[in-house]
Design a binder for this molecule. Structure first.
Ligand code: 1HE
Length: 270
């Protein structure tokens, strides 16, 4: 792995580059429930800015300890006594990090356990796939704390669960957990007998087998297209498909389909 993503450069993220191209990125302040201080946000910007350019094929994003992430570091925020402009700039750095994740073109699979709350849910909702387990719970406690979301929840959480549910979560502090939380769209997978991490790693390995250019399109174009009019979206989709669907490596996969050596798409057991 190039020196740019040398794990020793990161203090608040534990990074493991696996031989299969999957990188495991772990928020590493379990004693603070992985609360996001500004230094962690800067490391997320750094990692997700470089990952698409140095050959990372997929990422598992995890949290050390019993909780994925407790959101904004409330102690740092309290001690810094920030001005409105200061905190606006903090939020802009959060957006920089989370946009690099969502639009960067590398699949990010979040392994969620324990608290996924406030900014922790904003972080999780920037991943492409979320996996929860029986310990996982989701909430937006900002309303109770006299705060407001600043890391993209009004965009991404509202997209995941709808405006009305997000408003309910913020006004009442409602906590979502278990299969109903998964059914709401807060996660796509629910593990009941093993940690979410195990499934997240399997999914990352599976995604890493796709062609990198195809994954780039899946993990950037779909998000960009959502921001466009349908007229422009159809144009953008055509351009992306023109590039992706004619890449030489895709031709090899199509040839394998034609000569019947490629697996067919059937339901399991089918
Ligand atoms: C923290 C934070 C934090 C824990 N910032 N230090 N987020 C919240 O409102 C969630 C706040 N946290 C909690 O509700 C609870 O800590 C948890 C449910 C996540 C975990 O409970 P528990 O009993 O396991 O831990 P704890 O005893 O509450 O905390 C353990 C330590 O973590 C303690 O530090 P210590 O030095 O006293 O041991 C806590 O202070 C520390 N800790 N959470 C700082 N969030 C861009 S805008 C985003 C808006 C937001 O995200 S608002 C934050 C929403």
């Amino acid at each position: 792995m190039p020196v740019d993503l040398d794990p020793s450069r990161f203090d608040f993220l534990d990074i493991e580059h696996r031989a299969d191209g999957v990188s495991i990125v772990t928020l590493n302040r379990p004693e603070k429930r992985n609360a996001l201080n500004i230094a962690t946000i800067e490391e997320l910007v750094e990692f997700f800015s470089l990952a698409p350019r140095v050959g990372v094929k997929a990422v598992v994003l995890a949290g050390a300890g019993n909780h994925f992430c407790a959101g904004l570091d409330l102690i740092e925020h309290h001690d810094a006594d920030r001005s409105p402009a200061d905190f606006m700039h903090v939020c802009l750095r959060w957006h920089e990090a989370f946009n690099k994740m969502e639009y960067g073109g590398v699949p990010v699979i979040a392994a969620l356990q324990g608290a996924v709350v406030g900014g922790g849910l904003e972080l999780a909702s920037s991943a492409h796939i979320r996996v929860m387990d029986s310990s996982t719970y989701f909430a937006l406690p900002e309303g109770q704390r006299g705060l407001f979301t600043g890391g993209g929840a009004t965009i991404r959480v509202a997209q995941l669960v709808g405006k009305a549910r997000m408003i309910d979560m913020m006004l009442t502090g409602r906590v979502h957990q278990g299969q109903p939380a998964c059914d709401l769209g807060l996660a796509q997978y629910m593990e009941t007998t093993r940690p979410s991490f195990d499934k997240a790693l399997e999914l990352a390995q599976q995604a890493a087998e796709n062609l990198p250019l195809t994954n780039f399109a899946i993990c950037s174009a779909i998000s960009h297209v959502q921001n466009m009019s349908s007229f422009d979206a159809a144009y953008a989709e055509s351009v992306v498909a023109g590039v992706v669907n004619t890449q030489p490596a895709a031709r090899e996969r199509l040839a394998a389909f034609a000569d019947k050596s490629a697996p067919r798409t059937r339901p399991s057991g089918g």
